[in-house]
Structure formats: C-alpha cells, structure tokens
Design a protein around this ligand. Structure first.
Ligand code: SF4
Length: 326
C-alpha cells in the first residue's frame, strides 16, 4: 500500500523564473519528490487574477516556467506536472464553493489589502482577485492534497483553506481532508540591488541566464558602502553580495569571507568571484538538463499529468455533486 502523502503546489506563469523562485519554491519541490506524491501546477488562472489586462505573454511564460521546472530537477516521471486551466473541473468546484464561502473570510486575508496597496497601478478590485485564496483552496482539495509547502507569509491562506473545507464538510458531510502546511524556511534572497528579486525591478538572476550573464550581473553589484577603498573593512550583513553567499557558499567559505571582509584582507572583487563560481556551480546542472527538454513540446510534456489530474478531479466533482445533491 502506498503510504505517501500528497503534496500540492503551484507557480504563476508571470515571466521568466529567477533564483528567488528557485530558493523560495522549486528547490524544495525537488526535495519533496523523494517522500511525497507531488502535484505541481502551472497556475495560469492565478496569473490572470492580477494580470488580466496583460495576457499577451502568458502562453510563452507557461513554456518558460515549465522548462525551468524541468531544468531544476522536477521530474515528470516522479511528479504530476500540469496546467491548471486544462482542468475545467477546478472552475466548477470553485463556483460551487463560491456559494458558501463568506465574503468576509476573503476580505480579511492580509495579502488582499496589502496587494491592493502594492499593485495600485492595477485595477484588482475584482471577483477574481478577491477569490484567489478560494481558487488556491480548490487547487489543493481537488486532488485531496494533505500537505502544502508554504513560507511564513502563506500560513494564513492554509488556515483559510481549512476553514473552507470544514464549512463544506459541516454542510454536506465529511469528505475533504483538511490540508496542513509544511513550513519551509525561505532564505532571504534579495535582488542585485538589495530589493526583493523581481522581474519588474530588473534586478533578477534568471535560472536560464548563461554563466557569462551571471558574471556580468554580479560584478557591478553594490557592496557594503563602508568599503569605499580596498583597505576599508566592511560588514557582510549589510552587503547584498553576502546575502547571496548565504545561499550559495559553503560554511567554510562564509566564515572566510566574514573574516576577510571585516579585516579588509579580501577585496570585493575576489569575494564576488567566489560567489560567481558557486552560483554557476548550482546553475550548471540546470543548464545541462534544460538542453534535454528545450526542443520538446510543452503540451506533450504536460499531457500525462493533465490526464491524471483530470481523472482525479472528475471523480472528486462527481462525489461532491452527489453530496450536494445537485
Ligand atoms: S568583501 Fe564581500 S561581503 Fe564584504 S563588502 Fe565586499 S562583497 Fe560584500
């Protein structure tokens, strides 16, 4: 009997994936493949919740995200990789759950207000945007996932998902398992300028960047401003280059850099060289694996996963309709 628990997670196809996406999600997804039955979805409907006015690149972005997922080591033989919008049952279950999910529950989601402030230039006063935590809940429960890998900032969404599941179970009978979070520490991986790594800030290192491109981006990075001259000591914790070292360099190297930086015995150029080497050591296997998949058709890669999820989702829907007596 297969005792493996089911994991579900998704990625929005909104531009080329970067190192922040790898550190915050993909790296962990690859690990989880060993011990869990994993469903990984490219959630294109979620992309529409904030990008509905700008859909021209969405198909291309789905291809890029898929290729990078495979390049980092998500294996379609081990995990079920699929495209959300191919599973129309998700839309039907979302509609049914919309009937009994109280508006107030969605309005009090902290990220709802935060994002409305952050994305001021976008009109996201929409049903789609308000409903996205419900859509996330549906993504999880339609395959009866028990475990969802999340960072601290997503814990509230999982609490909400459980509340919604409980409401269904109370109204129509115990059916859905309550998903639990698998808290994953997400390392701080800022962009090249110290702000959050993001395509829109033009400060990202992409998973598809060549070794030369990585070098070109790291070399001009601003370091701790105390190090005006080579002889000035610095404080690694105030340096965005060191933030990268935390994720890419060994303990020993980090110790040496701290000692070298604070005593000015290492220069920033040498420190960056170590980082470039280590970062490319991580990215090189991705580059190799990418070659295997880059000429393949995205639809062909997604087809088996889509077929599998469709069968599971269909059955869930049939049982839900029966419980709801519709
Ligand atoms: S030596 Fe390294 S950690 Fe120190 S300021 Fe220069 S780049 Fe940053």
């Amino acid at each position: 009997m297969n005792q493996k628990k089911t994991v579900m997670s998704g990625v929005r196809p909104t531009g080329l994936p970067h190192l922040g996406n790898w550190a915050g999600a993909f790296k962990n997804w690859v690990e989880l493949q060993k011990d869990y039955r994993c469903y990984y979805s490219i959630v294109d409907w979620h992309a529409l919740t904030s990008e509905y006015q700008n859909t021209k690149n969405i198909k291309q972005d789905i291809g890029s995200v898929l290729l990078d997922m495979l390049a980092v080591g998500i294996d379609p033989e081990k995990s079920t990789v699929f495209l959300q919008s191919e599973i129309k049952e998700i839309a039907e279950l979302f509609l049914l759950f919309g009937m009994f999910t109280p508006l107030g529950w969605l309005e009090r989601v902290p990220t709802f207000k935060e994002q409305q402030k952050e994305l001021k230039d976008k009109d996201i006063n929409t049903i789609g945007f308000l409903g996205y935590p419900l859509l996330q809940t549906i993504d999880i429960i339609i395959v009866k996932a028990n475990v969802v890998p999340v960072g601290e900032d997503q814990v509230y969404h999982l609490e909400l998902a459980r509340e919604i599941v409980r409401r269904f179970n109370n109204l129509y009978g115990q059916y859905f398992p309550e998903p639990i979070e698998l808290l994953t520490p997400i390392p701080k991986l800022p962009g090249l300028d110290g702000r959050k790594m993001s395509k829109s800030y033009d400060n990202a290192i992409y998973l598809s960047d060549s070794a030369e491109a990585v070098e070109k981006k790291i070399r001009p990075m601003v370091t701790d401003t105390r190090r005006k001259r080579r002889t000035d000591p610095g404080v690694p914790d105030d340096c965005p280059v060191f933030d990268f070292h935390k994720s890419f360099s060994s303990e020993e190297e980090k110790k040496e850099i701290v000692a070298g930086c604070t005593s000015a015995s290492i220069g920033c150029i040498d420190c960056k060289k170590i980082l470039i080497k280590n970062m490319n050591n991580v990215l090189d296997p991705f580059r190799e694996r990418r070659k295997k998949y880059e000429n393949m058709n995205a639809a062909d890669i997604l087809e088996p996963g889509t077929r599998k999820v469709k069968a599971v989702a269909k059955q869930t829907l049939e049982e839900v309709r029966e419980l709801m007596k519709i």
